[in-house]
Design a binder for this molecule. Structure first.
Ligand code: CTP
Length: 411
């Protein structure tokens, strides 16, 4: 599937990324990393070590980046190639970073184009280690890793636990998957002073209000906007907690995910965390009503020609947790309306103590709840009303966070 998320967009668009590839089986995944970064609009220069070339051919990388693969320190491009690449890069990612590459980087060696480029750059560097789990656990590897992280300031992304080249590993060693690596590169490119060190709390998805053990009352929210907001806030440098109702989405990279089912569970999860949050984004479609009572056993069809359903109001999560907010927290709400969009959004802004409301109209085909794209109007506490064009949910998340960033900068 050609995901809508893979079109040129910030923070990748127009940025220079050096992708270092060292020699491990995971090098095949680096081709997808190079492809996805390129689709997101980055200019990707792949530097492959000698060992990497045993695993993946240059043509694979050239095919997806449209740029030559760089391998040789002493090429016709000139001896200063490493300096130019290092200077021009906005971020350097090394995926996979093998045990050997970690050792050479930790020692400050300059014995090939990749290690010399690492010495020449002052851009953020992301290492994605990949090796056998026994090798990864070795004290020497751990020392090299700690040196790269603590002394050199490199960001270490992964590894995770899972299937390894030589069977199943018990411990970490497997390289992160390409979409996560792309997000880590995005965080290296996209960090903003305003978000760094802040705590962001996001609610997302629908809630399910149980009727009996197998049935529930719910709604059509996909959670895509909330998940996109969580990932985008993390890319800007925040610590992110996502409280999510049941959704069919992979967890967003970087966020701590708290899974809940019902509105009452969402209320508990938010109430215990909101006091630490500098920014709160209420993107969840909490069910406004829940069945008055829950049957412990499955409600049987037999003998019934109809089933009455008594619903009671669910708590309003945004409202009920208002007093517990951190003083000065910036709070964004959403409003789904079928009529009087701006007027109702303004009412919700005041009633729920939001600084910004993202208002959208229900019922437009291909837009909103279940769709990839949305058309919204932003309404803020100072009376500004801005209608945004139709955009996908990742772009919407960026637009909302631009506004939040401006609010944070005003502090
Ligand atoms: N919200 C919430 N808890 C609820 C209902 C809503 O936290 N039980 C939050 C939503 O996450 C959203 C905002 O309040 O940020 C407005 O949600 P919306 O469903 O548009 O409004 P309601 O308050 O439910 O009002 P109505 O359904 O009458 O339009």
């Amino acid at each position: 599937m050609n995901s809508p998320a893979l079109s040129p967009r910030p923070p990748w668009q127009g940025r220079r990324v050096v992708l270092g590839v060292s020699g491990g089986v995971a090098a095949y995944k680096a081709v997808q990393v190079a492809r996805d970064l390129t689709r997101l609009g980055a200019d990707v220069d792949v530097i492959a070590t000698r060992a990497a070339q045993h695993f993946v051919g240059a043509l694979s990388f050239e095919g997806v980046t449209g740029r030559p693969v760089l391998t040789d320190m002493f090429s016709a491009e000139g001896a200063a190639l490493h300096v130019r690449l290092g200077q021009e890069a906005d971020a350097v990612a090394v995926a996979p970073a093998t045990a050997d590459l970690l050792a050479r980087a930790a020692q400050g060696r300059a014995d090939d184009l990749l290690t010399t480029t690492l010495l020449a750059t002052r851009a953020p560097v992301v290492f994605c280690p990949a090796m056998n789990d026994r090798m990864f656990a070795h004290v020497q590897v751990q020392r090299n890793l700690a040196h790269c992280r603590d002394v050199l300031g490199y960001r270490i992304a992964g590894p995770e636990t899972g299937a390894l080249a030589a069977g199943e590993g018990d411990g970490p060693g497997r390289m992160l998957e390409p979409p996560a690596i792309v997000q880590h590169v995005g965080r290296a490119l996209g960090a903003s002073k305003a978000f760094e060190g802040t705590d962001v709390l996001v609610t997302s998805g629908p809630t399910r209000e149980a009727l009996d053990p197998v049935r529930f009352v719910g709604n059509r929210s996909s959670g895509r906007t909330g998940h996109a907001l969580a990932e985008a806030a993390w890319r800007r440098g925040a610590r992110v907690t996502l409280v999510s109702g049941p959704v069919a989405l992979p967890p967003p990279t970087g966020a701590v995910v708290v899974r809940v089912e019902s509105g009452l569970e969402m209320l508990d999860a938010v109430a215990s965390r909101i006091g630490q949050a500098d920014v709160v984004l209420f993107a969840a479609a909490v069910a406004d009503f829940r069945p008055e009572s829950q049957s412990a056993a499955k409600v049987k069809r037999e003998g019934r020609s109809a089933l009455g359903l008594e619903l009671v109001a669910n708590p309003d999560v945004a409202q009920e947790t208002r007093a517990a907010r951190k003083p000065g927290a910036r709070v964004v709400g959403f409003a789904l309306e079928t009529e009087a969009l701006v007027e109702n959004a303004k009412k919700k802004l005041v009633a729920k103590g939001f600084d910004l409301v993202v208002a959208n109209r229900a019922g437009e085909a291909g837009v909103g709840l279940e769709a990839d794209a949305n058309r919204v109007t932003l309404v803020d506490g100072e009376g500004s009303v801005e209608a945004l064009p139709l955009m996908d949910k990742e772009a919407l998340a960026e637009a909302v966070l631009d506004r939040v960033q401006a609010l944070l900068e005003k502090r």
